[in-house]
Design a protein around this ligand. Structure first.
Ligand code: 1PW
Length: 208
């Protein structure tokens, strides 16, 4: 069915990211992002603006995954090893490394995690826009200049009420969507935590 799309697929992709050895596979990580971007587009034009930068970053990473060095970009762990060993993270004015690009997506993933968790646990009459603004302010906003924070906050105000939002996730009834979130969110948390630890270990959390 054209346009049929469920947030369940996004969460399944993030679930498929983590290997038995606790490595994060870039292929499913980027499919998760692709799905999320598709979902953001269903929220209207103003969210297309928000997702524009994520689209560019996912595209850049997909190019690495298909490029000559693709074997070095199978997992986040391989990528960090490779880019560090090649000195790709030392040169100033190199804004296109995989590590600094994934770091931006990683910070945005924290926002998504907090937002969906807020949505899951909120009272039925809660405002989606408030949940979204609060989760943004608690995460990604710290890395954004004022003008982006402002534009983001304006976009959030257009979000539909909680129950309607749960419906457009296309997972079933609001109750079913909440149950799905409860099941799937630990996997996003897992991906986030492993990535955070990897980047911290190599002192890459502040890559310009
Ligand atoms: C409904 C909740 C959905 C959460 C989805 C997350 C989407 C994240 C995209 C936010 C992007 C805002 C505008 C872009 C800002 C860029 O300057 C910034 N990129 C990100 C992803 O934060 C930093 O990238 P840069 O300039 O250092 O290359």
């Amino acid at each position: 069915m054209a346009g049929a799309f469920s947030l369940r697929e996004v969460l399944a992709a993030f679930q498929a990211c983590v290997t038995e050895r606790r490595e994060v596979l870039l292929g499913p990580y980027l499919s998760g992002w692709r799905g999320l971007i598709r979902f953001l587009h269903t929220l209207g034009a103003i969210f297309s603006f928000i997702s524009k930068d994520a689209v560019a970053k996912v595209q850049l990473m997909e190019d690495y995954c298909r490029g000559e060095q693709r074997e070095q970009y199978v997992s986040l762990q391989a990528m960090v090893r490779y880019e560090l060993a090649q000195g790709l993270l030392d040169a100033p004015g190199r804004p296109d490394s995989g590590c600094r690009t994934v770091l931006r997506l990683h910070r945005a993933l924290r926002w998504l995690q907090l937002f969906l968790e807020g949505l899951r646990t909120a009272r039925q009459d809660s405002r989606t826009s408030t949940i979204c603004t609060d989760s943004y302010n608690a995460s990604l906003a710290a890395y954004h200049p004022w003008v982006i924070r402002k534009a983001a906050t304006v976009a959030f105000r257009t979000l539909p009420p909680r129950d309607a939002f749960l419906q457009i996730m296309n997972v079933g009834t609001a109750e079913e969507a909440v149950a799905m979130l409860g099941e799937a969110l630990p996997y996003i948390g897992d991906v986030y935590d492993i990535t955070q630890q990897l980047f911290a270990q190599h002192e890459l959390l502040d890559l310009p």
